[in-house]
Design a protein. Structure first.
Length: 399
């Protein structure tokens, strides 16, 4: 029995059947490459689903872990720790947001946002509790966040779902937005600036600006889920910075830790004041190890020129995908290094994915029929070109 076969057999025996993994186990990585147990190397255009912002074995990431691990990894939130404040400061820098709460996953950040929005209006004495989200959205796997997720395949198996969460409106539909905000029980509109799991669908500039304008006029809150788009992924630290808007709350995870489990819910001073000690908490969130790493990763991303480089490489990737000139690739969209190539069918997208994987390129299919590209932010144009050549060959092979 090979090492991989042993890993697979043990997994099958002891791990819950919640995933359908590909027949490979990775045991090391360097830069944008992963190596499996059999010694095969793959160029990664998935990055742990937009998690490994600095790729694998990056000295900034590794050094931060090692140095903090030598000191202290967890002390409990009953006490202060230096790195918690440092990372919070790094996340809110240059925005209208002033306060952060740290959790472990994007779902927890969104759970926090929902609780904070409801508590904000309870403190104000207003009967606002409804959370409006978009069709094809994805906000997490807890009961509240899977209810907020506008896709039945994720939430229907867990009905009955909590009331008042997940009033779904069509994404990018300005009329639907106007209509739903006529309901004075709406506490917040929660949207992804670019729908990730829904198929890499960007919000239009006019739509996001209208969201910002109408929520302020109607007294509701605007929550932006930047779990997949934050930490420089779009060429700016936050996707909302492209649009000149001021959300009341944003949520983030994935890339802000570069590979350690850390998430954050960020809010304006006014909204954050609704929480008082005891309202919300977590054992592992905001601990010195993960926030030290997150601070180091985010500091690297904020270095001069880093995010402009991401923007340039994203344009290069999208241009290359458009220049494939294959009518089975019907649309290319995204911003920075979160890019989707919509194909003619789910079956076709999976065939492309499988063939590319056999050639040593890791992609992903989302939104049913969209090839998703969310590589480490350190990917090079040469590596992008290498993937594009392989993709062109793959498309030519599929008749």
């Amino acid at each position: 029995m090979t090492k991989f076969e042993e890993i697979k057999a043990r997994d099958k025996e002891y791990f819950m059947n919640t995933y359908a993994p590909v027949d490979v186990a990775f045991e090391s990585g360097n830069g944008c490459y992963l190596t499996d147990t059999e010694g095969n190397t793959y160029l990664d255009f998935l990055g742990g689903i937009a998690v490994n912002a600095l790729g694998y074995n990056h000295p900034v990431f590794v050094n931060a872990i090692c140095e903090q691990a030598k000191k202290v990894s967890i002390v409990s939130n009953y006490f202060y720790n230096e790195t918690r404040g440092l990372m919070a400061e790094q996340l809110v820098k240059g925005t209208n947001l002033k306060k952060a709460f740290f959790g472990n996953s994007g779902a927890e950040a969104n759970e926090c946002a929902i609780k904070l929005a409801r508590k904000y209006f309870k403190v104000k004495g207003e009967n606002r509790f409804k959370i409006v989200t978009a069709v094809q959205s994805f906000h997490g796997r807890t009961l509240a966040t899977v209810t907020a997720t506008g896709q039945e395949k994720y939430n229907k198996p867990f009905a009955p779902l909590p009331d008042g969460i997940g009033i779904y409106i069509p994404y990018n539909d300005e009329e639907a937005l106007r209509n739903v905000l006529e309901d004075n029980e709406v506490a917040a509109i929660m949207l992804e600036p670019i729908q990730g799991e829904g198929g890499i669908i960007p919000a239009s500039e006019s739509y996001l600006k209208l969201c910002d304008k109408l929520t302020k006029e109607k007294g509701a809150l605007l929550i932006l889920d930047e779990v997949q788009t934050g930490a420089g992924r779009t060429g700016k630290f936050w996707a909302f910075e492209h649009y000149g808007i001021n959300p009341d709350i944003i949520t983030c995870a994935k890339g802000i830790g570069g590979g350690v489990p850390v998430s954050a819910c960020l809010a304006t001073e006014k909204v954050a004041k609704a929480f008082v000690p005891g309202d919300h908490g977590t054992t592992f969130g905001a601990q010195p190890l993960v926030t030290a790493v997150g601070y180091a990763v985010c500091s690297k991303i904020r270095e001069d020129g880093f995010m402009q480089d991401v923007a340039n490489k994203g344009e290069h990737l999208m241009e290359g995908l458009k220049n494939l000139n294959d009518n089975r690739v019907v649309d290319v969209r995204g911003k920075g290094l979160i890019v989707g190539a919509e194909t003619i069918s789910g079956e076709f997208a999976k065939e492309v994915y499988n063939r590319m994987f056999k050639k040593g390129f890791i992609l992903n299919v989302c939104g049913g029929k969209v090839l998703r590209f969310v590589p480490p932010l350190i990917i090079t144009t040469e590596q992008i070109d290498q993937m594009l050549v392989a993709l062109k060959e793959t498309l030519n092979e599929i008749k």
